[in-house]
Write a protein that binds this ligand. Sequence first.
Ligand code: NAP
Length: 328
Amino acid sequence: MQKRILGKSLEVSSLGFGCMGLSHGYGPAIDTKRAIELIRSAVEQGVTFFDTAEVYGPYLNEEIVGEALKPLRNRVVIATKFGFTFGDDNKQQILNSRPEHIRKAVEGSLRRLKTDVIDLLYQHRVDPAVPIEDVAGTVKKLIEEGKVKHFGLSEAGVQTIRRAHAVQPITALQSEYSMWWREPEREILPVLEELGIGFVPFSPLGKGFLTGTISAEATFGQDDFRSQVPRFSPQALEENQKLVALLNDIAAEKRATPAQIALAWLLAQKPWIVPIPGTTKPHRLTENLGAANVVLERQDLASIAQALDAVQITGERYPAALQARVGR
Ligand SMILES: NC(=O)c1ccc[n+]([C@@H]2O[C@H](COP(=O)([O-])OP(=O)(O)OC[C@H]3O[C@@H](n4cnc5c(N)ncnc54)[C@H](OP(=O)(O)O)[C@@H]3O)[C@@H](O)[C@H]2O)c1
C-alpha cells in the first residue's frame, strides 16, 4: 500500500486500521484470538498504522493490539490515547489530562502495548480543567525521555490546536470526518494545512452507515454505542438512506463498493489525510483496504461534492453529553 506522511515525518500506510471495535463500542468484544489474527492480517496486507486507546475496554483493546503487534513491532506505527480516569467500576469516563495522570496513563499504555515507545500519543478529548500548554508540555517531556515519538489531539478546536502546537508540534489531529460529517472542512482542515499537521479521520465509514449495510429497520443492542446516537434513530436511519442511495450509484459507476467510495473520497481530499476504518471481519478488512486503489478523478469529486451538498443529513452525531466534549 502507498504511504503518506503525517505532520513533518511520520510515515504510515495511506489507510490505517482502527482497532476500537474489536473490543469496544459496537457490542461485545470479539474473541481475542480472532482479533489478533485480524490485526496481523492487516499488517500482511500492507497496513502499518494501528489505532487504539486506553479507554477502549478500558484497557483490553491496548492489550490485544500489544499482543498482536509484538512480533511485528518494527514494521508498524502504534497510536494510542490518554485523557480519562474510569471510576471504581472502570465504566465511567471522567476527563483527566493532569500532567501526573498523563504520565501514569503512558506507563500503563507502554506496558499493555508491550513496547518501550508510543509512536503517536493523542490527548483523547480536551480537558477544560487543564491548560493545553500543560498537556503539550508534558508530552514534550515524554518525547524528550524517549517514551513517546509524536503528539496528537482528538476533536480539539482550532484555538486549542494552535496553542498546543506552539509548545509541542502536533503530528496529527484525529477527529470524525466522513461523507456524512464534513464539519472539519470549515475551520479545521485549513488550520491543519497552514500548520503542517496531518489529519486522521475516525469513523470514516460513518460507524458502518456509509457501507450501505445498515437498513432503515436496523436496531442496536444496549452495548452498542449507536443505540444512543441520534443519527442512528429509526427516523434518522430512514431519512439518511438517501445518502446510501447516492453512494450505491457512485460505487456502481466506479466498480467499487460503497465502503471503498467513502474511504477513497476521504483519501482524495488531501494527501495528508489517513483514515482509520475499523471492522471485526476479515473479508471487510480486505474490502476496505481495496479503497487505496480506487481513484476518484477531479470530475468524480466535483459531482460527488455537488451531490453531497444536496443531501440533508438527519440527526446529531453524538448525544448531548458527548457533544459537549468536542470542538473545545
Ligand atoms: N478519537 C476518537 O474519539 C475516536 C472515536 C471513534 C473511533 N475512533 C477510532 O476510529 C476507528 C474507526 O472508527 P469506527 O470504528 O467508529 O467507525 P467506522 O470505521 O466508520 O465503522 C466501523 C463499523 O463499520 C462496519 N464496517 C466496516 N467495514 C465494513 C464494510 N466493508 N462493510 C460493511 N460494514 C463495515 C463495522 O462492522 P463489522 O465489524 O461488523 O465489520 C463497524 O460496525 C476506531 O476503530 C477507533 O480506533 C476514534
